[in-house]
Design a protein. Structure first.
Length: 108
């Protein structure tokens, strides 16, 4: 059994677990931080993003919305998206990719 705790992640983005069909990761965005400079897509993987702490501004398929603690969103494969932290405190998200998007043990 592969059990990981999100608090074990040391980088702003870190893959926690990878199986044949899915992958988990944690992303921590500091104030004014973002998942990247512009929207990008995972061509073969769907992404589920759950906000655990704080809030993030999500830009998904050209639509922008503030996601708060407890909000969850599914991003279909091929859909451009970007997340940014416009708040004054860190934001932590838990992510699931299916099929896996990143090499195991990827750190950001």
């Amino acid at each position: 059994m592969n059990v990981r705790n999100i608090r074990q992640a040391g980088d702003w983005f870190e893959v926690l677990q990878t199986s044949e069909k899915s992958q988990t990761a944690v992303m921590t965005l500091q104030p004014d931080g973002a998942s990247g400079p512009h929207p990008d897509a995972h061509e073969k993987s769907e992404q589920v993003l759950l906000v655990l702490e704080g809030e993030v501004e999500g830009e998904i398929a050209g639509e922008t919305r503030t996601l708060r603690q407890g909000d969850v969103v599914v991003i279909p494969s091929g859909v451009k998206h970007r997340f940014a932290n416009r708040a004054g405190a860190p934001a932590v998200t838990f992510n699931v990719y299916s099929p896996p998007e990143y090499p195991p043990a990827t750190k950001g």
